[in-house]
Design a protein around this ligand. Sequence first.
Ligand code: BES
Ligand code: MN
Ligand code: ZN
Length: 494
Amino acid sequence: MTELCEVLIEEANVDGIAELTGRVVVLVPETGKLDQMARRVNRLMRGALERFIESDRFGELKPGQAVDLAFPGGMAADVVQVVLLDRRAKPLAVRRAGAAIAKAAINQPVSILTGPRREVDDLLLGILLRGYAFLRRFSDEDDAKSRMGAPSSIKLLVPNPDDVADQVALAKSKASGVYLTRDLINEPANVLTTTAFADQLSALKKLGVRVTVLEEPELAKLGMRALLAVGQGSQSPSKVVIMEWSGGGVAPPLALVGKGVVFDTGGISLKPAGGMEEMTMDMGGAGTVAGVMKLLAMRKAAANIVGIVGLVENMPDGNAQRPGDVVASMKGDTIEVINTDAEGRLVLADVLWYVQEKFQPRGIIDLATLTGAIVIALGDKNAGVFGNDDSLTDAFLNAAKSEGEGAWRMPLDTAYDRMLESRLADMKNSTGRPAGAVTAAKFLQRFIKEDMPWIHLDIAGVASIARNTTFSRKGATGWGVLTLDRLIADRYED
Ligand code: BES
Ligand code: MN
Ligand code: ZN
């Protein structure tokens, strides 16, 4: 696990400011009005802070942006970082300010004079999200540290530490959930095998999550032949892992279902070599479900949620499934495997059916790095959202908007379903390029019972990306963890 950086909460004390080392952060509203702590900084700097605020540079700052005033006279600190942030700034602007603080702090201690501001949770969350880096595989510790780009520790100087303790704990829980998702997605496939993945999920037991691992013999007994067919060319055993968080009385659970293909070579329908290494993130759906479950358990959510993931590896092999094979799913429907690279839907078909039979959930949300077609449609800015229930889908889109995670609704018209017709089985698993993300969703919908509220999230474009964003560095983003947590808090908690 990538650890969160250390967070200390201390009572603000004007007399201690001169002795703070590393970086000292001052939050200044657009009016330029300084609070008591900031006035002290200004006095120690002999008016330099006020001169900066009166300058054009300050006027050019946008909310959440920051400027460094280096080696302030009269203070032990290396830098006073001035962050423009109104007291009533929106949560996402506060988070952006946090990200600016993290981005500027390279392995240095940061002390934040929060002033009378009450919402320190979003500020801290922004720091922790942007402060993440996946450094476990660097052999040299100094090399790793130089890539950190995050504070070595965070000290929040607040009027009353007791007032913010709960907020700080919540921000840390959210960041821990996102960190788990990012770690799982960033981890290479030789390390994160199906077995290693299941072991990491079993570790959630420590937090009070009930974890059950179904092994191949049980999956065969249940009739999950579509899922098993995907993994039959791999040395790693296929598994289904169930994570139950029961914090909410007797209500039936919401089900979160994740595609967990630990590596997708395409199978016998082998992918081209260029970019194939990216398919180590093809377990992104499962990784996101894991992060949400961890967050729910850490914050002791008052909701019943079942997370379930299908863990397989898609390899070419003498025993691998062939294009043209026909497999029977757990539901009983038969599938002609036109393309062994359309494997995610085979895995999800059985897991979706199983979760409905076993748990009679009140709704299902599945997450999958399912198609290249969604990447062509939406790039890395939005996940594709397919929903059969407007109320649930709208609630999801609203939650995504609040969390600043891109999400765009896609169609599920019946007309697309006909494209799945097969010559010799109930359906085929691949239909060619037109509307590729939609036909994949329509395939999944065949395994959703009538009247079951359901959302399918195609996260192929957003789970791991090739650029830095405000809140994440190149690689896994953790997209979806915060949105799903908010949706659950808004809609499923008593
Ligand atoms: N895992 C891929 C989809 C993917 C593509 C994820 C790019 C992340 C980035 C999926 O299993 C796949 O190979 N889909 C095929 C389906 C096709 C054969 C119908 C695709 O999109 O090409
Ligand atoms: Mn594939
Ligand atoms: Zn795949």
